[in-house]
Write a protein that binds this ligand. Structure first.
Ligand code: DOR
Ligand code: ZN
Length: 429
């Protein structure tokens, strides 16, 4: 196994040091290290962070391998600086049995670019009617701890309560896609002044906030862990802040696109900006940034949602919701949080690695950059800026909302347990 001597990197933005990576671990950190036979990586000016962890990735395999596969999504993840991604359950067949989650887990191992951690469905077929075999998925080789019907809300409160009770037994967590379906029938974009003017059916903030309010009360009553996917409104942040102040075991994520973009994007009628939950207002974006900065929102989750051309390049109303996220997630966080001074590099490591790894109960990820730790790390050039070229993305799909946009932060290298999955900005396999 190749050993790497990383010269002059700045761990969490601190002073430059050398980092020796050997046999899958960080072997040493210090000044002027030398190691015969090690491959030298010039990291002058680069920030070193623990490998990023995504709680929310759609890999589309099995079923829609034309949009993404475990392998292409893994490569996009590594190029984005990730060393672990949670693969959402809304595949075809749905990941609602031990067999399917083990298949996804095995495909991730074979690709070998990131740890692919399957999410199990909460209900059979994501239908919201009967609980899936949560225990069997937890006991499987995939060791599932995160359960979600993402794409759909577990809308029935009695079923949600039973899911929380069930996962509590093995320290699992229910990750809720908070959307009261009765309030979003036919919804196309954020409900507000713009949706009225554009004549598109609105998705009111209250549809998200009502479910979050209900679920934090259920989580408190049951004493179980709840995670809220892709929080998108200022009101949701307020409810989460209140719930945390009461000691409810609730965590939450925000997507890069909700930190950067607003419903003004819908003015173009370009379906690349159609996403669920929808892009919201400037005031919501400000509240999400504040919530991520003060820790009310624990993590950034990409909601990387690749779609084939025929599902996306159509009229707005017909297009599927969702956008790519893995390859530009860190760039967007640098632009919206680091450059404005709202999060330092230690904060980025916390929200994009430490806390998501803790929520998913992943060993070996989100660890300190210290001797003896698994060598899961990423090197970033914060000064480099480049325009996003969708044709150059590793994802099999092209639905990036950042096309043509100049963004900061080049991912120079990613290491998964000491193996370079990305070097010099390029995937190694
Ligand atoms: O925009 C979205 N796309 N939101 C979801 O909840 C699901 C996702 C998908 O699977 O495409
Ligand atoms: Zn969702």
């Amino acid at each position: 196994m190749t050993h790497y001597l990383i010269k002059g990197a700045r761990p969490l933005g601190g002073d430059a040091v050398d980092v020796l990576v050997a046999d899958g671990r960080i072997a040493a950190i210090g000044d002027q290290l030398s190691a015969t036979g090690a491959e030298v990586v010039d990291a002058a000016g680069l920030i070193a962070l623990p490998g990023l962890v995504d709680l929310h990735t759609h890999l589309r395999e099995p079923g829609r391998e034309d949009a993404e596969t475990v392998e292409t999504g893994s490569r996009a993840a590594a190029l984005g600086g990730f060393t672990a991604v949670h693969a959402m359950a809304n595949t075809d067949p749905v990941a609602d049995t031990a067999g399917v989650v083990e298949q996804v887990w095995r495909l991730g191992q074979e690709a070998g670019l990131v740890d692919v951690v399957p999410v199990g469905a909460v209900t059979i077929g994501l239908k919201g009617e009967r609980l899936a075999e949560l225990g069997a998925m937890a006991d499987s080789a995939a060791r599932v701890r995160v359960f979600s019907d993402d794409g759909h809300c577990v809308a029935d409160p009695a079923l949600m309560r039973r899911a929380l009770e069930y996962v509590k037994a093995f320290d699992g967590v229910v990750a809720q896609h908070a959307e009261e379906p009765r309030l979003t029938v036919g919804a196309q974009m954020h409900e507000g002044e713009r949706s009225a003017r554009l004549g598109l059916t609105g998705w009111p903030a209250a549809a998200e906030e009502a479910i979050i309010a209900r679920d934090v009360l259920l989580a408190e009553h049951v004493g179980a862990r709840l995670h809220v996917c892709h929080v998108s409104t200022a009101g949701s942040v307020e409810i989460l802040r209140w719930a945390k102040s009461r000691g409810v075991q609730v965590t939450a994520e925000v997507t890069p696109h909700h930190l950067l973009l607003t419903d003004a994007c819908a003015e173009s009628y370009d379906p690349v900006f159609k996403v669920n939950p929808p892009l919201r207002t400037d005031a919501d974006v400000e509240a999400l940034r504040a919530g991520l900065a003060d820790g009310t929102i624990d993590a950034v989750g990409t909601d990387h949602a690749p779609h084939a051309v025929e599902d996306k390049e159509s009229e707005w109303a017909q297009a599927r919701p969702g956008m790519l996220g893995l390859e530009q997630a860190l760039a967007v966080v640098i632009e919206t949080m680091v450059e404005p001074g709202r999060l330092d590099w230690a904060g980025v490591a916390d929200r994009m690695s430490v806390r998501p790894a803790a929520i998913g109960r992943l060993d070996g990820h989100g660890r300190p950059l210290a001797p003896g730790e698994p060598a899961n790390l990423v090197l970033v050039d914060p000064a480099a800026r480049a325009a996003v070229d969708p044709a150059a993305l590793a994802s099999r799909s092209r639905n990036s909302p950042y096309a043509g946009r100049e963004v900061p932060g080049r991912i120079v290298a990613t290491f998964l347990r000491g193996t370079a999955t990305v070097l010099d900005g390029k995937a190694t396999r």
